[in-house]
Design a protein around this ligand. Structure first.
Ligand code: ADP
Ligand code: ZN
Length: 755
């Protein structure tokens, strides 16, 4: 039977289409692709009369396809596997757990350059081939002087030259060059060019100097290294929390573990909470690994398509073994993955606040499980989630209680701003104590950091006559005054208009500005220290791409005396000459509607304080607050981690909040609040009937920020002992529930953002 024979001869693979995951489909493989075919490859397939992306799940098939019905796939999109079995499993889990669409999950996992089939950038080089004899030379000189000129030029060089550059410079046509190649006098070769982010100036940047040296580990570091390396030896899945105070040398511990893993050809993912921290960390890792010939790549959302492609390709091909990056690097195609490090694991920035709403740390743990790898979560202020996992024996813990070199943790001073206001000449955002200490540091040529997590100048405009407060027309928050360009701006929707001179409502002339932002602090400090070099770092001043690194470098080499900034400068940075840190308003994070408010405040104080006294001189921290007796502030002041953890866990247990149960936040928004409320009522009825016995439902209630961009916002909270099963049921139910098209909803599993 000729037909059956034809089918047997054709190579067949099973492919799972990425647009939906219902079934694997069989496809024939074009003859030129047969040799390269492997599971995990991204391929383009004909499906439902369209061309779609799919992943090869197996070679061959048991499916019986009627003769003539077997379609042929179009092409292999990337030469290296894009979603091998482990990644496919991760993909499916994350999509379900975070209730994400396959499209959004794909976008997070596979860079668009890869999906679009980008290939390496190659450059063509010219080198000398076979030399012409005298006669041939003469002939060339006479009949093709341009060719002769080019050949002579290349002969005078010591190494191959880029073809385009040479032809351009000598103004010689491509055909002249091709003629020489055809005669064999010149040789052409293609070389892949890597676009390596941060490779340009990393080697001589002060970020790196000193770190290539291998310090003698402190006893506590050594113990942690031994424990982690022991776990790596077991070659099986485990999670370890590295709980070490700020400046305890956690990075050194990570580096030791990385070295151990790469020594046996293993792969490593090293996550940092912020893009901005990537260069510092990459520098440290590279300076340690480069000497061993191990290649480290960076990965974050600010890479160009080309850079990202190269990083992806280096990892997928196994040429690079280590990746350092922000959240999305958790999906990097690292081969033979043995170790995932999540530095500052408590950072909310690991949670993606747009679809797919995944938590980088939690995905890291799951991926480590799939790959039988070790996951190390490091922090000076671990999340309650991780501490709870230690408490119930799911994670092991290694603690470092002392800083390196017997350096002291900084001294913390609390300043009660209510008293300060009564004593001074009216309220000032900078207390006497902080002022004096800043002056002192400046005179001693030591550096200071002032921290305030609010950009702009003043937080609100108030008319003392009629009580009018300038609020955004589209959002339910006050407008912030920006003095640099005299505007009022909404930090939610970006609405902006010139700041009025009179009250827009009653025309009274003396408008008051209340509250302070980083611009105002910068102004005040410049008045206190007119000769100091002060730089502000916040989203307003950092709009340019590389400014951030430049400023941090200037600060490191002492070109800047004092840094004023938002949370951008709160974490991870290591500046030895900083001896004073001021936390301008410690209460800000305490009074938000969020069950993690206390945790955040504690973490913030400890982390910000951790920037002080990392060099030879002791550090001091001034914490300004109107609620000095609030527990997180008191615990932080005494550096009492265990005390805080115990009390906070007790509170959460009592109210049955995370980490004791999972929280799923269901947000509804739209322009018509009545409509939203109506649909939420209907939805609740369905939900209660179907799942009322499995989850506790709270709400509906207006979200803390009731309106953004003219859309009203309401939410429901679902509490569940385990999220994975329940979320699927909710998602399924929601799919069959007809929602008005003017009402938009989203599910946020394990939310970090409550507003
Ligand atoms: P952490 O991340 O715990 O806050 P880092 O890893 O940034 O701390 O280390 C703080 C500083 O101490 C860094 O400059 C680092 O190079 C240095 N360091 C780390 N370990 C040692 C050690 N054993 N001896 C001397 N210096 C060390
Ligand atoms: Zn607005």
């Amino acid at each position: 039977m000729p037909k059956a024979k034809a089918q047997r001869d054709t190579a067949v693979v099973e492919v799972v289409p990425l647009s939906g995951f219902d079934a694997d489909l069989a496809y024939a493989v074009p003859p030129i692709c047969v040799e390269q075919m492997r599971p995990g490859l991204l391929v383009r397939i004909p499906l439902r009369r369209r061309s779609e992306l799919g992943v090869v799940t197996r070679l061959g098939t048991d499916q019986v396809v009627p003769p003539g019905k077997l379609k042929m796939l179009y092409e292999i999109v990337q030469p290296h596997p894009v979603l091998p079995a482990d990644m496919l499993q991760l993909f499916r889990w994350a999509m379900r757990y975070y209730s994400a669409t396959p499209e959004s999950m794909l976008e997070a996992m596979i860079p668009s350059a890869i999906r679009k089939g980008m290939r390496p950038k190659t450059r063509r080089y010219l080198a000398i081939g076979e030399a012409p004899d005298a006669e041939a030379w003469q002939e060339l000189e006479r009949r093709a002087p341009k060719q002769a000129e080019l050949l002579r030029f290349i002969q005078q060089q010591f190494k191959p030259l880029p073809r385009a550059t040479v032809l351009n410079r000598l103004k010689i046509s491509a055909s002249a060059c091709e003629a020489l190649v055809a005669k064999g006098y010149l040789q052409e070769s293609d070389t892949e060019e890597a676009r390596v982010a941060y490779d340009d100036d990393i080697s001589d940047s002060p970020e790196v100097v000193g770190h290539a040296l291998r310090p003698t580990l402190t006893p506590e570091q050594a113990q942690a290294v031994e424990a982690i390396n022991g776990a790596i030896d077991l070659d099986t899945f485990s999670v370890r929390l590295l709980h070490g105070v700020t400046g305890s040398g956690k990075t050194e511990v990570y580096l030791n573990a990385i070295e151990k893993v790469v020594a046996t050809g293993g792969g490593v993912i090293f996550l940092v909470p912020e893009v901005a921290l990537a260069p510092q960390t990459v520098g440290r890792v590279r300076s340690r690994l480069e000497a061993r010939g191990v290649h480290t790549t960076v990965w974050h959302s600010h890479l160009s398509d080309g850079e990202r492609y190269d990083a992806w390709n280096a990892l997928a091909s196994g040429e690079a073994h280590v990746v350092v990056g922000a959240r999305s690097a958790v999906f990097a195609p690292v081969q033979n993955l043995k170790l995932i490090i999540v530095d500052e694991e408590h950072e909310p920035s690991y949670k993606q606040e747009e679809a797919p709403r995944y938590h980088g740390r939690d995905v890291a743990v799951y991926r480590a499980m799939i790959n039988q790898a070790v996951c190390v979560l490091g922090s000076a202020t671990p999340s309650l989630e991780s501490l709870y996992n230690v408490e119930r024996g799911k994670y092991a813990v290694d603690r470092i209680l002392k800083r390196v070199d017997d350096r002291q943790l900084p001294r913390l001073h609390l300043v009660d701003m209510r008293r300060e206001a009564l004593q001074g000449k009216g309220p000032s955002p900078i207390s006497r104590l902080l002022m004096d200490k800043m002056v002192d540091r400046f005179e001693k040529k030591e550096q200071s950091i002032l921290f305030l997590n609010r950009r702009g100048y003043s937080t609100s405009m108030l008319c003392p006559e009629c009580g009018y407060v300038a609020e955004c027309e589209h959002c339910s928050i006050p407008m912030t005054f920006h003095r640099t360009d005299k505007t009022l701006r909404c930090h939610l929707c970006g609405e902006m208009h010139p700041a009025p001179h009179r009250c827009p409502k009653c025309k009274a002339p003396d408008i008051r500005w209340r509250g302070q932002g980083t611009q105002k602090i910068e102004d005040i400090v410049q008045k206190i220290l007119p000769r100091a070099r002060i730089v502000r770092m916040d989203a307003d001043s950092m709009s340019k791409k590389n400014l951030y690194r430049k400023i941090l470098n200037d600060f490191r080499i002492g070109k800047i005396d004092l840094l004023v900034g938002t949370q951008m400068i709160a974490k991870g940075l290591d500046f030895p000459n900083v001896t004073l840190v001021g936390l301008v308003d410690a209460d800000m994070s305490l009074h938000v509607e969020d069950f993690r408010a206390a945790e955040r405040t504690f973490q913030l104080i400890v982390q910000v304080s951790g920037r002080a006294g990392r060099g030879d001189r002791a550090g001091e921290v001034v914490i300004q607050t109107s609620t000095p007796h609030a527990p997180p502030i008191q615990f932080a002041r005494q550096s009492d981690f265990d005390g805080f953890q115990l009390e906070e866990l007790e509170q959460r247990r009592e109210f049955n909040y995370p980490p004791f149960r999972h929280l799923i936040r269901h947000l509804f928004r739209g322009r018509n609040p009545e409509k939203i409320e109506f649909y939420m009522e209907q939805w609740l009825k369905v939900l209660e009937k179907e799942l009322g016995d499995q989850i506790e439902i709270r709400g509906p209630a207006p979200a803390p920020i009731e309106k953004i961009r003219d859309e009203y916002r309401f939410q429901l909270w679902y509490f569940a002992p385990s999220a994975s099963r329940v979320i699927e049921s909710i998602a399924k139910l929601r799919k069959s529930f007809p929602l008005d098209k003017e009402v938009i909803d989203l599910l946020d599993v394990d939310p970090m953002q409550m507003s």
